[in-house]
Design a protein around this ligand. Structure first.
Ligand code: HEC
Ligand code: HEC
Ligand code: HEC
Ligand code: HEC
Length: 373
């Protein structure tokens, strides 16, 4: 599902209220599998996956009774790399054979891109292919259409969650299932707000803003900034405080042209653009991704031609302000160090930082500039 850990306890009860009867394990879920399984279990949504064995609470398949019909659900999700190869393939076949025998209608969630046309044909000859496959190589694209291969319906699953699919199945004894597939758009405009979901998301947003405010306060304290954290007014929006001192990077450019250029070409300079591209330019994220937001709680969504993001002052606040004479050299402790980075490059947001800090540092200290000086 590719959810931040903090969102799992919010998301699973929503899935439950939508009557989800199973979730699989995709590549992103595998990163925090234990928390994923725990949150699903708390909400009562079973996790189905043939790969992740030895995990309490994960089953290889499920059988649901739906109006007298036995509906099997099996999932070939992500599997740990140490399980690849023959052993994993055997487990997949065994589970498939078992669940095929026990069910009248079988759905395979293929989040591991295991199945394809040949695979479907082979299973059809052996013990029967699934009746429907969600995902797989053929279906993992925004543009994918459903396909029928033999008697199996392959349905698209789009990671971008732009569409929702509906498979209508009619089962009569002694006959093949009759199916009909349609898709609807999931645009905000077409779909009315669900009050239960809205409340869960509002509560989450309020908690995130509280967390962001606390984080912002901690960040500012570490950086010695006088800015106040965002003031929480109501759910979903942060109030304004403008006591922070914000040094626009453009003010540094005349005296530090080369550092300015190296910064402007860096990812730091487009950290707001990153959020905008994801539709996530919201307080909880701007708190690290935007210097302007951190200091003033104000924020310009489109950068009007100017780079916004992590700016000079995010790293160099200790020597600011200074004029044409430069910083006062007699002041001790104004050196930038790794702790400057750690306020944002923490375990959660930058898991590689501690291990690779030399490389991070090297890419940040305007080396490209020094080389040419
Ligand atoms: C105010 C928060 C903040 C501070 C302080 C900060 N960074 Fe970053 N850093 C970010 C964000 C946010 C990104 C991601 C930008 C993007 O991709 O949109 C990032 C990205 C980077 C990248 C690019 C990683 C890549 O994917 O190539 C490097 C390198 C980096 N930071 C090094 C550093 C170093 C070294 C320091 C300390 C001297 C530092 N950062 C201080 C927030 C910060
Ligand atoms: C504690 C500071 C912090 C917060 C809060 C934060 N980020 Fe980041 N973000 C970073 C840093 C640091 C990086 C660079 C990580 C690296 O390259 O090691 C980064 C990188 C990114 C990237 C680019 C790299 C990637 O993993 O795809 C995206 C996208 C991103 N953040 C989105 C978000 C969103 C969305 C939020 C809010 C839900 C958020 N960030 C909140 C610090 C933060
Ligand atoms: C993400 C952190 C970060 C950002 C953002 C950043 N710098 Fe730096 N800067 C560094 C690091 C690291 C060094 C090297 C410090 C050292 O070696 O002790 C450095 C060094 C410098 C120096 C000292 C001379 C030199 O080249 O070593 C100047 C001047 C400077 N930066 C100016 C700027 C200006 C101006 C901006 C914005 C346009 C900026 N920096 C943005 C991290 C940053
Ligand atoms: C009017 C010119 C001027 C402006 C504007 C200016 N600086 Fe400087 N800065 C200097 C001078 C001069 C030095 C000293 C250079 C030296 O010692 O070699 C300096 C030194 C620095 C250093 C190195 C500090 C050290 O001792 O390692 C950093 C970092 C720095 N400036 C950051 C900034 C940032 C960030 C801005 C914008 C907010 C900025 N400067 C604006 C003139 C300026």
């Amino acid at each position: 599902m590719s959810l931040p850990d903090r969102m799992m306890p919010v998301a699973f009860p929503i899935l439950k209220s939508m009557q989800y009867c199973a979730v699989g394990v995709g590549r992103p879920d595998y990163n925090s599998l234990d928390r994923y399984i725990a949150a699903a279990k708390d909400a009562g949504v079973p996790v189905v996956n043939v790969g992740a064995r030895d995990k309490d609470g994960v089953v290889p398949y499920l059988i649901k009774q739906v109006g007298g019909v036995r509906v099997g659900i099996i999932s070939y999700g992500f599997a740990p790399p140490d399980q690849e190869g023959l052993e994993l393939r055997k487990r997949r076949y065994t589970a498939l054979k078992e669940v095929r025998e026990k069910s009248d209608f079988l759905v395979l969630m293929d989040e591991g891109s295991v199945t394809d046309e040949d695979w479907i044909k082979r299973q059809a000859e052996r013990w029967g292919a699934p009746d429907a496959i969600i995902g797989n190589r053929l279906g993992m694209s925004l543009l994918a259409q459903h396909r029928v291969i033999g008697k199996t319906w392959v349905l698209p699953s789009t990671p971008q969650t732009k569409k929702i699919g509906l498979l209508e199945v009619r089962i009569e004894p002694g006959k093949d299932p009759q199916m009909n597939y349609s898709q609807g758009n999931l645009n905000e405009a077409d779909v009315p707000e669900d009050p239960v979901v809205k409340k869960a998301l509002d509560d989450y947003a309020a908690a995130e803003i509280q967390r962001a405010a606390a984080q912002s306060a901690a960040v500012n304290q570490k950086l010695g900034s006088t800015a106040q954290p965002a003031v929480v007014t109501k759910s979903g929006s942060a109030g304004t405080t403008t006591s922070g001192v914000y040094y626009d990077s453009r003010t540094c450019a005349p005296c530090h042209k080369s550092q300015y250029e190296s910064w402007a070409a860096s990812k730091h300079a487009s950290a707001v653009k990153t959020l905008v591209a994801k539709g996530r330019d919201m307080p909880a994220c701007l708190n690290c991704h935007s210097e302007r937001y951190r200091q003033t709680s104000a924020y310009l969504p489109s950068d009007q031609g100017f780079k916004l993001g992590v700016e000079c002052a995010s790293c160099h606040s200790r020597v600011l302000p200074h004029g044409p004479a430069g910083p006062d050299k007699s002041i001790e402790g104004d050196k930038i160090d790794l702790n400057t980075c750690r306020v944002c490059h923490d375990k959660e947001q930058s898991p590689d930082f501690e291990k690779d800090h030399k490389s991070y540092w090297k890419r940040t200290r305007h080396d490209d500039v020094r080389a040419s000086q």
